[in-house]
Write a protein of this length. Structure first.
Length: 383
């Protein structure tokens, strides 16, 4: 049987990984500034993470949500402390799309309303409602098309206010990434997030903060929306939550009440997933990874700003983007094949850096030296 061919891939097979580095089958080492799409939060094969999952696997790997799973309570407790929201409630699932799907469904149950506000260049996943609030018609199948979603310009407070004045009483939720990832590292302004919070309160709508990519400490604070000093009603989380183990969830404010059967999943919150998620939070705390993301991220951004060929260096913590001009359009490819460095991209011309939160300054320096070298080599070829 052939694989269903939906992913454009690089012809590289990774056989070993440690910290911010991976190795292919020929022993070639790569610096990983992509983290398998912002997933590797505490570093590849962190010993505490490997140990905790191994220990759990030797006890019990899975049982369904029909029994008590104390690890879920332990995780909820820890997450409440690390995120600074001990009064929130946790629902566990398996992927970012599923987290957003549940967040929006819960918002609709809670308000009895159907409409959702989303923003230009948003990405929230590929399942039915998650893809409907994603601003990319190419990945929305006819069955996912709905008139219930209103797309507004990002960071446009006037447009948001006008929308609420017109139909605020029909809006179940506003969903926003604190820093747009797939859309090209666009940071939501503090004033804009504050306006969402205020309008949602005023009209009884639910503020859903998609923290799937920008959350879990990546921005230097636990949720990137925290930089604006606001509390969302629901936070969706995935990616960095399990450092590669598929685990996701939503954190739900106390005024949203559960009912049996309202949400559910077979695999969500299983023993192994909880062990992985706990290990991640323990390492984030023990190794001060949010502080590290902030410090190394600021350093990296300020050094990148000194490279004149790179345009609009932006982001927060270790979620960084910059644009490359047309004459350097092969930069990402050349970084991979000549310098053995993985980076991410956003169409049309943005390079995205989404490394582990444990990236060291010396890893950042290695990247900076490599990028300068590649730009110089490309200048020579282009001259
Ligand atoms: C902001 C955001 N939300 C949701 C998703 C969907 O997550 P998943 O691929 O785990 O379904 C992604 C994935 O890239 C994302 O970046």
């Amino acid at each position: 049987m052939k694989l269903f061919d939906v992913y454009p891939i690089n012809d590289i097979t990774i056989v070993k990984a440690k910290g911010s580095y991976v190795w292919d089958q020929d022993g070639q080492q790569y610096l990983d500034l992509y983290g398998g799409h912002a997933v590797i939060s505490i570093g590849h094969t962190h010993p505490h993470y490997v140990q905790r999952i191994t220990d759990q696997l030797n006890k019990v790997g899975f049982y369904s949500n029909s029994i008590r799973i104390p690890l879920q309570e332990e995780l909820a407790d820890k997450l409440g402390k690390v995120s600074g929201r001990p009064d929130y409630q946790l629902f566990l699932c398996n992927s970012g799309a599923e987290a957003n799907e549940n967040a929006l469904k819960l918002a609709s149950f809670h308000t009895g309303r159907k409409k959702v506000v989303a923003f230009h260049k948003s990405f929230h996943g590929r399942t039915s409602l998650a893809v409907a609030v994603t601003d990319n018609p190419a990945i929305v199948a006819p069955v996912n098309q709905t008139e219930n979603v209103i797309f507004l310009p990002f960071n446009d407070e006037a447009a948001l206010t006008a929308c609420f004045e017109k139909e605020g009483n029909e809006i179940a939720a506003v969903i926003i990434e604190g820093i747009q990832g797939v859309g090209g590292i666009n940071v939501a302004e503090a004033g804009f997030l504050q306006a969402i919070s205020r309008l949602c309160k005023e009209y009884g709508s639910v503020f859903v903060a998609d923290a799937v990519q920008c959350g879990y400490g990546r921005s230097g604070k636990f949720f990137s929306q925290d930089h604006a000093g606001v509390d969302a009603d629901i936070y969706s989380m995935a990616k960095g939550m399990g450092n590669g183990f598929p685990v996701a969830g939503i954190m739900i404010a106390p005024h949203l009440h559960p009912k049996y059967g309202m949400l559910g999943t077979t695999f969500g919150g299983n023993h192994l997933a909880c062990a992985a998620a706990l290990a991640v939070l323990e390492v984030i705390e023990q190794e001060n990874l949010m502080t590290n993301a902030n410090e190394v991220g600021n350093y990296l951004m300020s050094e990148l700003k000194k490279i004149p060929q790179l345009q609009k260096v932006r982001g927060r913590g270790l979620m960084i983007g910059f644009d490359v001009p047309e004459n350097l359009k092969d930069l990402k490819k050349n970084l991979l094949w000549n310098q053995h460095i993985f980076t991410g991209e956003a169409k049309p011309n943005t390079i995205r850096l989404l490394p582990s939160l444990a990236l060291r300054k010396k890893d950042a320096d290695e990247f900076l030296e490599a990028i300068r070298e590649e730009i110089n080599a490309m200048k020579t070829v282009n001259a």
